[in-house]
Design a protein around this ligand. Structure first.
Ligand code: PMP
Ligand code: GLN
Length: 384
């Protein structure tokens, strides 16, 4: 393994899912639903396969039907106009979109600012691009993880090339507010920075929280790559259909890198997701309502079991603190959890550069059937 990747072993998601398989524990670690997405979308994939659509290499930027549907979705949800021919790129999940964006836009030695705790592929993709990661830590205050705008401002140096933003945010579940996003946008304009914004949980927002695309703020359209994925919105994480949206210049750059990573992917599934994006609002509203209910089910269960719970406004994750159990090492806690009570979770400590910062945080996912959540929380009561 070369020096750039030396610090990256096995991703914590693979490690913890393997632990769940080995022990037979309930897996509330890796974020994947245990109920597949809409029947009509699965049918659309079967039809595409059967009709021979997408069984051979699809076009490099993605099939026109999907690019048009992605552009129409940005218009319908956010009033953003996007040219499907030049401003949309279909990728092998959001993961590839993130990697290709960083490989295309970062020069070796450039600094990339990322919100911490950060999704683990950010650190690896920055490293593969030869960049230097500069974390800005979200800290809990008044019930949610907050961005300290002064800290963000202070993190920018003459070598900063790019801000890597994620909202709704994995693992904390925080949804950046209009004010926070406006300040990020002002800073990007003032310091002439590029922005890559990971919005894969754009449809998973609860209560009064609202997802506002960073690209919609003044001065952002031409400096922002917006990334999303069908995996989260439609519960097909195995299909790996994602996309990047941005100006022609930025998307052309990202496409240049993407061509030599996978070239293309997911032919028949692209046809299916083109249909999924056109589902009526009732699908998106119903999905969100269902997850909100599950959030409360798991949140109540975790509180009853003795965890300190940070209420998420978005995503399908709940970050907790294990200090009330007299524990302070999340990694050790998660490794022992299957044996202690038959549940798997994710230690947030791996998403921080400073190992002390998130040492006592543990993340649970609630994208599971109600009976699974019930069983998991009743098992967790044994910790008390
Ligand atoms: N970004 C975030 C914040 C995520 O949580 C995930 C996890 N699925 C991804 C990107 C990757 O998305 P995909 O599965 O589409 O590659
Ligand atoms: N995004 C998923 C999570 O945060 C995991 C995806 C993966 O395993 N790479 O749980």
């Amino acid at each position: 393994l070369n020096r750039r990747l030396a610090e990256f072993g096995t991703t914590v998601f693979a490690e913890m899912s393997a632990l769940a398989l080995r022990t037979g524990a309930i897996n509330l670690g890796q974020g994947f639903p245990d109920t597949d997405g809409p029947e009509e979308v699965r049918e659309a994939a079967v039809r595409a396969l059967r009709d021979g659509r997408g069984n051979q290499y699809p076009p490099g930027p993605g099939i026109p039907e999907l690019r048009t549907a992605i552009a129409a979705h940005q218009q319908r949800r956010y009033g953003l106009s996007v040219d499907p021919d030049t401003e949309v790129l279909v990728t092998a999940g959001a993961t590839e979109a993130i990697a290709a964006s960083l490989l295309a836009l970062v020069e070796p030695g450039d600094e990339v600012i990322a919100l911490e705790p950060y999704y683990d592929s950010y650190a690896a993709s920055i490293a593969m691009a030869g960049g230097t990661r500069v974390p800005v830590t979200l800290r809990p205050a008044e019930g949610r993880f907050r961005l300290d705008l002064d800290e963000l401002r202070d993190a920018v140096t003459d070598r900063t090339r790019l801000l890597l933003i994620n909202t709704p945010h994995n693992p904390t579940g925080t949804v950046l507010t209009r004010e926070e996003l406006a300040s990020i946008a002002e800073l990007a304009v003032e310091r002439d920075l590029l922005v890559v914004t990971d919005e894969v949980y754009e449809h998973l927002v609860f209560d009064d929280a609202e997802h506002i695309p960073l690209a919609s703020f003044p001065g952002m359209r031409d400096r922002t790559v917006t990334i999303s994925s069908a995996g989260k919105t439609f519960s097909f994480t195995g299909w790996k259909v994602g996309w990047a949206i941005g100006s022609r210049e930025l998307v052309t750059a990202v496409r240049t890198a993407k061509q030599y990573l996978t070239y293309v992917s997911a032919g028949p599934f692209q046809y299916a997701i083109a249909e999924a994006l056109r589902l009526p609002d009732s699908y998106f509203d119903g999905f969100r309502a269902d997850l909100r209910r599950k959030r409360d089910l798991l949140g109540d269960g975790l509180r009853a079991a003795g965890f300190e719970v940070y209420q998420p406004q978005g995503t399908y994750f709940i970050t907790t603190d294990i200090t009330p159990f007299g524990e302070k090492d999340a990694y050790a806690f998660c490794r022992a959890l299957p044996e202690r009570c038959g549940v798997v979770a994710i230690p947030n400590s791996v998403f921080y550069d400073d190992p002390d910062a998130g040492r006592s945080q543990v993340r649970f996912t609630f994208c599971k059937r109600d009976e699974i959540l019930d069983e998991a929380t009743s098992r967790l009561q044994r910790l008390a």
